[in-house]
Design a binder for this molecule. Structure first.
Ligand SMILES: C[S@@+](CC[C@H](N)C(=O)[O-])C[C@H]1O[C@@H](n2cnc3c(N)ncnc32)[C@H](O)[C@@H]1O
Length: 264
């Protein structure tokens, strides 16, 4: 018997569907030692018997993007245009990193800034969220009222933004978590990465969002975007960042492929 046949046979043992009567039996009676053992074993061994086709995560990624579910995602009632898998990753990164400064380029309705502020408050150390957008007209009132968030209306690449971050760094002296989610064209993202270059230190975290665009894997033909900006940046400064590949791959897909970066 080949390896695959063995796997299929074993999987069929664990995955066989219970009939109506056997289901009734399961709910009606206490688990016997053998059925309990079987349940525990099937849970523990499922990861070995599961046989992915290889296209699941990419198909889900494309469905997630093309169905626009990310446009209907809210944090505490405020639009937050992200993948929930990435948001969970950010929560885990923030908890481990415990930054004192979160820098966001691209506020939109303010749901993501509110998300960062809520997580940071729960962590409990002093912090500030700086959220920059060229147009703050669409901001929701809830994040606007949050005293831990500083909204600045500006182009993210304006020299005044670098000066602003420098001033905040002298008050909030710990680690920085920065996230780029404004204009997604390659040149703009590259300029944002270069603006942050002298401001980030070893161990600080940078997420370049929406590198999924231009066929990575969504919207092929969109044109050079964040993915290409990361490549161009790394051509010029190959030693600046280490890719946090484990984080990127954790949930099987991300809107920021190649975009989870730890400053060296
Ligand atoms: C994708 S949305 C941000 C989504 C938000 N971070 C969230 O997760 O809900 C992009 C935002 O970038 C802003 N934007 C576009 N060009 C910009 C620029 N040059 N500088 C700063 N913000 C810009 C837009 O006004 C828009 O609100």
């Amino acid at each position: 018997m080949g390896r695959n046949a063995v796997l299929r046979f074993a999987a069929s043992l664990f995955e066989s569907r219970p009939t109506r009567s056997s289901l009734a039996h399961v709910f009606a009676s206490r688990p016997t030692p053998s059925s309990l053992g079987r349940k525990l074993a099937s849970g523990a061994l499922a990861q070995y018997f599961y046989q992915p086709t290889g296209s699941e995560s990419e198909e889900y990624h494309k469905w997630y993007f093309n169905s626009f579910v990310w446009k209907k995602t809210k944090w505490m009632g405020v639009d937050c245009f992200k993948s929930v898998a990435d948001m969970w990753n950010y929560q885990e990164i923030l908890f481990e990193l415990k930054p004192s400064l979160v820098i966001e380029f691209g506020s939109a309705r303010g749901g993501s800034a509110l998300f960062f502020a809520n997580i940071m408050r729960q962590i409990g150390e002093p912090f500030k969220v700086l959220s920059v957008d060229v147009h703050h007209g669409p901001l929701d009132p809830a994040p606007q009222c949050d005293s831990d968030i500083l909204f600045v209306e500006s182009r993210s690449t304006a020299p005044a933004i670098a000066e602003h971050i420098q001033r905040l760094k002298s008050e909030f002296t710990g680690k920085i978590f920065a996230i780029l989610d404004s204009d997604h064209s390659m040149n703009h993202v590259l300029a944002e990465m270069k603006l942050l270059r002298p401001l980030l230190s070893a161990g600080d975290y940078l997420v370049v969002e929406d590198s999924t665009l231009n066929g990575h894997p969504v919207l092929p033909g969109w044109g050079p975007g964040p993915y290409e900006a990361i490549e161009a940046y790394e051509d010029e400064f190959p030693n600046d960042y280490t890719h946090d590949v484990a984080r990127e791959n954790k949930f099987g897909w991300t809107f920021a492929p190649n975009g989870y970066l730890i400053r060296n």
